[in-house]
Design a protein around this ligand. Structure first.
Ligand SMILES: Cc1ncc(COP(=O)(O)O)c(C=O)c1O
Length: 281
């Protein structure tokens, strides 16, 4: 089945779909995006992702391309047309196409809106979750507004590629103080040596992960010992458990960091319990 993309008002074959070479997303990474997971035909965390999309737009003063209800209708239609049952849907909004100039284009320049959806290999995702993933660490090199979900992802791209070349799935950024900020495409968590569930508090240092928020609520409901406090790479390597959260991977165990085995090298009970709770198992 050929895939379909929504591009600026029309559903078009994904192959060959395009926007102007003058689009500011291409020229300046002047663009934001959002990603929802779809499992068993159900969109996860619908409102939370929409709220973050609106916040990203507002922070960068990009005009919303349409109202929330209309955008949600486009998202659902794109999912339907691509027959996505288990996968992800992407929304990308740029400040539009205009003559190349760093300053904002004229006020009436329409933003560019793209929606795409695809099925993901659920067996590969489940296999990854049951084996756990390897992580490598890398110096934090990103800009100071990581709370905005922009397509300005070059450091993330380089970090993930570096991880892949070392046989790992994810890279964790480490700040100047030796603390882990987050993953290149996920939030970072540990169950520390004394059994406390830890993840960095929300700030401009990290993306405010929607899955992070959901997992935190589930952990609170289960009255786990939780601290929203940064952890060092050394603490992570000595942790009982480590895991990542992201829309596409839910909570997925980390079993190795920079070649150091975490716990007994298998997904731990806290990670497994939170993952199952999140997925409604
Ligand atoms: C840098 C970064 N941090 C965290 C996340 C996790 O966010 P969410 O749980 O909303 O998918 C992502 C998701 O892609 C990300 O790119």
């Amino acid at each position: 089945m050929s895939r379909v993309a929504y591009v600026n008002g029309a559903y078009v074959p994904l192959r060959g779909a395009g926007v102007s070479i003058m689009d500011r997303g291409f020229q300046f990474a002047d663009s934001i995006y959002e990603v929802w997971a779809i499992r068993g035909g159900r969109l996860f965390d619908v409102d939370e992702h929409m709220a973050r999309l609106q916040r990203s737009l507002a922070e960068l003063r990009i005009t919303p391309p349409m109202g929330e209800a209309s955008l949600m209708a486009v998202i659902r239609e794109t999912i339907r047309r691509n027959r996505v049952h288990d996968g992800i849907v992407y929304v990308q909004v740029s400040r539009g196409a205009a003559n190349r100039d760093h300053v904002f284009p004229p006020p009436r320049t329409p933003p560019t809106l793209i929606v795409t959806a695809k099925n993901l290999d659920q067996r590969a995702i489940a296999a990854r979750a049951s084996a756990g993933i390897k992580v490598t660490s890398t110096a934090e090199t990103r800009w100071a507004r990581r709370d905005i979900k922009t397509v300005n992802l070059l450091p993330n791209v380089l970090a993930r590629q570096g991880a892949k070349e070392q046989g790992a799935f994810e890279a964790w950024f480490v700040d100047g103080g030796g603390h882990v900020t987050e993953g290149a495409s996920s939030n970072a968590w540990i169950v520390d040596a004394s059994g406390v569930l830890r993840t960095r508090a929300l700030s401009k240092d990290i993306l405010h992960g929607v899955t992070r928020g959901a997992i935190l609520r589930l952990a609170q409901e289960r009255q786990m010992k939780i601290e929203e406090r940064p952890f060092t790479l050394a603490e992570a390597k000595e942790a009982r458990e480590a895991f990542i959260t992201a829309a596409s991977n839910a909570a997925t165990a980390v079993v190795e960091i920079d070649g150091v085995r975490i716990g007994d090298g298998k997904p731990g009970p806290v990670t497994e319990a939170l993952r199952a709770a999140y997925l409604g198992a």
